[in-house]
Design a protein around this ligand. Structure first.
Ligand code: NDP
Length: 329
């Protein structure tokens, strides 16, 4: 494993992080979840990402149990607040009330005294940013949160957040956007603002939820046990990756396989290495339904891709890549 600083902050993260959306508490049983966390630790992954909303709060519980015996100082634990975790009108969003309550509940579920990076999972247009950042500031002063991040905010929202963070001395250090060979909407607007402000990227779905593993073939049934074929995964897969289940995309993805093997990589390794070529990316957050996927994918760490390979990838995916910054969030 290789490690990078998260933006201009002092926090070091592993180039590959393990996230537990859809998997822990839903798609995989707790023994498998624990085995995946152990596999991650074994290969040197130190950064773990979850959210209160994942599997209706069960994902945090499973991760907390799996990491219980691990030296707390040896890992970086990230979680998020925003999406509904209950039916009450204050069980959502970025109000002071919800942030303070959600943080305490996440700490309990994760069995820890502090969160390394606490992300605002989305922007909340119904709450003043001052209220949100004052709550984050208090959590930081209380020692419950070490650093703050935002996820899927537009460049303009990030700029406003940065100004307040500076005023209230909140260590806003990370952004968590979707980023992959197929989804590059942050490149035009979000990344330049983050670069100027020293905010690092921990990017999600580097495999486009498995599309960039090459296992979804055109005109074939969904592979058994894959996210797309499971009750827990299918709705999310359909909503966020369904756009790629077209034969023109799947055929192009198939054409990436020989390109990867020419340089001694599997396609998932190439896809993860691709996001890590961007120097603004500090960590690629992968998901895994089995330990074997972690063992395979982790070999993307430290890989340097030749500019010619990068060009060939763009050539193969020409016309299929989403770049519209308006699709952020
Ligand atoms: P990926 O794009 O890495 O997809 C992971 C899935 O792809 C796995 O669960 C597995 O699914 C399949 N897969 C992984 N490796 C292989 C392999 N080698 N061969 C074949 N299939 C493979 O990431 P996710 O979409 O899971 O997202 C990663 C993390 O990002 C999340 O857990 C979460 O922490 C974070 N995230 C953040 C969001 C945000 O709004 N901030 C939104 C979404 C995610 P299977 O085996 O079931 O097919």
């Amino acid at each position: 494993m290789n490690y990078r600083k998260l933006g201009l902050s002092g926090l070091t993260v592993s180039e590959i992080a393990l996230g537990n959306w859809i998997t822990h508490g839903a798609q995989v049983d707790n023994d498998r979840a624990r085995a995946c966390v152990q596999a991650a630790l074994d290969v040197g992954i130190t950064t773990f990402d979850t959210a209160d909303v994942y599997s209706e709060t069960k994902a945090e519980v499973v991760l907390g149990q799996a990491l219980k015996e691990v030296r707390r100082e040896g890992i970086e634990l990230c979680t998020k607040v925003f999406h509904p975790t209950g039916t009450g009108h204050n069980d959502r969003g970025l109000s002071r009330k919800h942030i303070m309550e959600a943080c305490d509940r996440s700490l309990r579920r994760l069995q820890t005294d502090y969160i390394d990076v606490y992300f605002a999972h989305r922007f909340d247009p119904t709450v003043s940013l001052e209220e949100t950042f004052l709550a984050f500031s208090d959590l930081v002063r209380q020692g419950k949160v070490l650093y703050v991040g935002i996820s899927e905010w537009t460049a303009e929202q990030i700029e406003r957040g940065v100004a307040l963070a500076r005023e209230l001395r909140v260590p806003l250090i990370a952004s968590q956007p979707q980023y992959s060979m197929l989804w590059r909407v942050v490149e035009q607007e979000v990344l330049p603002v983050c670069k100027r402000e020293g905010i690092g990227q921990m990017v999600w779905s580097p495999l486009a939820q498995g599309i960039l593993s090459g296992k979804y073939a055109p005109d074939k049934p969904m592979p058994q046990g894959s996210r797309a074929s499971t009750t827990a995964g299918a709705p999310f897969f359909e909503r966020l990756a369904g756009q790629w289940l077209r034969s023109e995309v799947l055929l192009a993805v198939e054409r990436l396989i020989p390109l990867a093997s020419e340089i001694g990589l599997t396609l998932p390794q190439l896809a993860i290495a691709w996001v890590l070529q961007n120097p603004q990316v500090s960590s690629a957050i992968i998901g895994a339904s089995k330990p074997e996927q972690i063992h395979e994918n982790v070999k993307a760490a430290g890989v340097s891709l030749d500019p010619e390979v990068m060009k060939q990838i763009d050539h193969i995916l020409n016309g299929l890549v989403e770049r519209d910054p308006g699709k952020t969030g």
